[in-house]
Design a protein around this ligand. Structure first.
Ligand code: AP5
Length: 216
């Protein structure tokens, strides 16, 4: 199963992608996580990506497409993958399509997690992330067992730098301008499914499973 997650920043793509990855045994590939790991590691890619991410802008396609195309050709992607945060522009979607069609393959599911902007802003202000293992929480809807501490690895949780309210507003406007057109792009391919992302996260996941099927 080759799955892509669409939806605004903070819609819950990462949360659902991890659950899909666990249930169906597929690698979870998050371009945001890849960039953040590179920033943390001080790589050249990380230095370049940081300039854009800190402003809430998109990292240029030329830094992003080859990275993802290489990643989906690794052995662990033989049975599929969940792409979270890619594609985000029409040229990225076209690059993905070209790479897959060379192998006579295509995307099976494009899941669009829909949440209105007002709810997004509220969600982002309550998000806390683990700088060590990447787990994501929300102070109200998905709290850790012990306040401020990651359930999975015990590290102290932080607020993501690009979750500042001004940056979130910019990320949302970039989303509407550059990423939302992908909805029409994927509607034309017949693999598009909209999911109501305002429900509690287990209900959102139940809807996702009803689209993907119970098989593993
Ligand atoms: P990325 O890390 O991909 O950020 P994003 O798309 O903005 O998405 P988020 O990770 O912020 O949110 P999410 O939808 O995964 O929501 P989450 O599950 O965490 O990208 C960061 C940056 O990297 C971009 O801005 C860009 O600069 C760059 N970048 C990345 N990919 C790129 C690309 N392809 N091209 C160019 N640039 C790229 O949930 C959010 C919060 O809500 C959490 O607190 C969670 O616990 C909570 N929550 C989740 N579901 C629910 C629910 N159902 N009910 C209540 N709360 C919920």
């Amino acid at each position: 199963m080759k799955i892509i997650m669409l939806g605004a920043p903070g819609a819950g793509k990462g949360t659902q992608a991890i659950k899909i990855s666990e249930k169906y045994g597929l690698p979870h590939i998050s371009t945001g996580d890849i960039f953040r790991a590179n920033i943390k590691g001080g790589t050249e890619l990380g230095k370049k990506a940081k300039e854009y991410i800190d402003k809430g802008a998109l990292v240029p396609d030329e830094l992003t497409c080859d990275l993802v195309v290489d990643r989906i050709h690794q052995d662990d992607c033989a049975n599929g993958f969940v792409l979270d945060g890619f594609p985000r522009t029409i040229p990225q979607a076209e690059a993905l399509e070209r790479a897959l069609s060379k192998e006579n393959e295509s995307i099976d599911f494009a899941l669009d997690i829909e949440v209105p902007d007002e709810a997004i802003i509220k969600r982002m202000s309550g998000r806390r992330v683990c700088p060590k293992c990447g787990a994501s929480y929300h102070v109200e809807s998905v709290p850790p067992k012990k306040e401020g501490i990651c359930d999975k690895c015990g590290a102290e949780l932080i607020i993501r730098a690009d979750d500042e309210p001004e940056t979130v507003k910019n990320r949302l406007s970039v989303y509407h301008e550059q990423t939302q057109p992908l909805i029409d792009f994927y509607k034309k391919t017949g693999v598009f499914h909209e999911v109501d992302g305002t429900k509690p996260l287990d209900d959102v996941f139940a809807d996702v499973v009803s689209i993907l099927g119970e098989h593993s």
